[in-house]
Write a new protein. Structure first.
Length: 393
């Protein structure tokens, strides 16, 4: 399995995303339809650019190929030149193909991915400017994007709150989301990892520890052994929704956060809770979402969506292997192997010049969704390759 995963990374994912390098206008092309037509004048999402920048930075850290660092730098240059608001701070939502402002929404989720990318790029390049930019966006999140209860969602360019249409789904408009909290955790974990010796290092650690406490006290539903997804401002859940993909992703990302932060940064009670929570999420999703062939999407009001989504399979593989490493329960390892078989069979698009399908139906038929768009990126499947090569290798 490891040999096949590395082959997919080296001969599939990396060449595909390298081919989207926009030499004329900077960054990477933002859209490829199902029929593999690239729209070179499509909107360029700042989240997509951050995720591509993270991917090539991590690829360089793991593989040491200078061409990967050049691609990461190309994404970094685009972010620095176009994505950052020099007047009000923070990262825009999206730009036109040639770098003009398209959507000036500021979203906490988007700020988090910029930190994640900049911190990883700093690890790859040792460019002090990138670390300083990451810390400046950290300060933006802490000063503009949160209140006493936790992290808020969407804002105008000037950081005045607006309705959270961009990260609300399933017919609700959420004032707080599990998804944003999870990816702020992810970003702060990487920032804390690389900022040792920097003045703000301790503060980043404090905020990361506080976020983990928000998960255990407000987001995680211990009775249902799941995270709630959408909340009002008081963390009251708005919908009976079990997002299987986010829970298995959180099960290993939160473990990594504790590992990087250090167990001593948490009280014994908090640490015990978090270890219990991450194991419960892995076990619960294994029982409810893994159908013996692939990992289904979610369950809303008792109705299961059985779609096989690209990013969900990738995160489930990492989550299962992480659970195996903690428990030595071989069903998790076998589950990861089964998921990889499914990915190879049904999700990796065999057409030349393509990558992974967005999703497939239970019978393996791919949907006609784009191969690349502002949310379809190399971050989930690329990271799965890096993590499993590192853990199992």
């Amino acid at each position: 399995m490891l040999h096949r995963i590395k082959d997919e990374l080296m001969n599939g994912i990396i060449p595909f995303w390298t081919s989207l390098h926009d030499s004329e206008h900077g960054g990477f092309y933002g859209y490829m339809d199902y029929d593999l037509n690239v729209d070179k004048k499509a909107e360029k999402g700042c989240i997509l650019n951050s995720r591509i920048m993270w991917f090539f930075s991590r690829a360089y850290v793991e593989l040491g190929d200078e061409s990967l660092l050049r691609e990461a730098r190309h994404a970094y240059d685009f972010l620095k030149k176009y994505c950052i608001d020099e007047t009000y701070g923070g990262i825009y939502w999206s730009l036109t193909y040639d770098g003009k402002l398209f959507d000036n929404t500021k979203h906490t989720y988007n700020q988090a991915f910029a930190i994640y990318a900049l911190a990883e790029y700093y690890e790859a390049s040792k460019d002090e400017e990138a670390l300083r930019m990451a810390l400046e966006i950290f300060e933006i999140i802490e000063s503009k994007c949160r209140d006493e209860e936790g992290y808020c969602e969407a804002f105008t360019r000037e950081f005045n709150p607006v309705a959270n249409h961009k990260l609300s789904e399933n017919g609700v408009i959420a004032e707080r989301t599990m998804n944003t909290a999870l990816h702020v955790i992810e970003a702060y974990t990487q920032l804390y990892k690389v900022a040792a010796g920097i003045e703000e290092h301790e503060l980043v650690g404090q905020k990361l520890a506080a976020l983990l406490n928000i998960v255990r006290s407000k987001i995680y539903n211990a009775d249902k052994r799941r995270q709630e997804v959408f909340f009002d401002e008081k963390y009251r859940s708005l919908l009976d929704l079990h997002s299987y993909g986010h829970d298995i992703e959180a099960s290993w990302l939160i473990d990594r956060a504790v590992e990087v932060l250090g167990e001593n940064a948490l009280t014994k009670e908090a640490l015990d809770d978090i270890k219990k929570i991450t194991l419960e999420m892995a076990a619960e999703t294994y029982e409810k979402a893994f159908n013996g062939r692939y990992f289904v999407n979610e369950c809303e009001n008792g109705v299961v969506d059985e779609t096989g989504i690209w990013w969900v399979q990738a995160e489930a593989m990492v989550g299962f292997v992480n659970a195996f490493m903690k428990t030595e329960d071989t069903r998790y390892l076998k589950g990861a192997e089964t998921l990889w078989d499914f990915v190879e069979e049904s999700l990796i698009d065999k057409r030349e010049g393509s990558e992974w399908f967005w999703e497939v139906s239970p019978d393996g038929t791919p949907s006609k969704k784009p191969i690349v768009e502002p949310w379809k990126c190399p971050y989930h499947n690329g990271r799965m390759c890096f993590e499993l090569m590192k853990i199992l290798g």
